[in-house]
Design a protein around this ligand. Structure first.
Ligand code: SF4
Ligand code: SF4
Length: 86
């Protein structure tokens, strides 16, 4: 699983950026429709839950987001090409 940020809720406080022990999030450079520099999931492959589908661990990002903007997203449903490098 990978963390996902809902831009309809994120207010760019960057708590997730500072809380994540694996540095999965980074500060946003683009203004969302709500007018915030919403955080982005920059390194989902670094998450403790990368490749896990159950019994997720850590979850500091989800627990610490004051706007409940972070949720889990199945990696298989990212809609992007799977990195097959290596
Ligand atoms: S903690 Fe939540 S509201 Fe704050 S930047 Fe992260 S996702 Fe957005
Ligand atoms: S579960 Fe932990 S390691 Fe994974 S993105 Fe959230 S805070 Fe970071």
């Amino acid at each position: 699983m990978r963390p996902d940020i809902d831009l309809a809720y994120c207010k760019g406080c960057n708590i997730c950026v500072y809380m994540c022990p694996k540095k999965c999030f980074s500060k946003g450079a683009d203004i969302s429709e709500r007018g915030y520099f919403a955080a982005v999931v920059a390194s989902p492959e670094s998450c403790f839950n990368h490749g896990r589908t159950e019994k997720l661990i850590c979850e500091l990002c989800i627990l610490s987001c004051p706007d409940q903007a972070v949720s889990w997203k199945p990696e298989a449903e990212e809609g992007e090409d799977v990195d097959k490098a290596g």
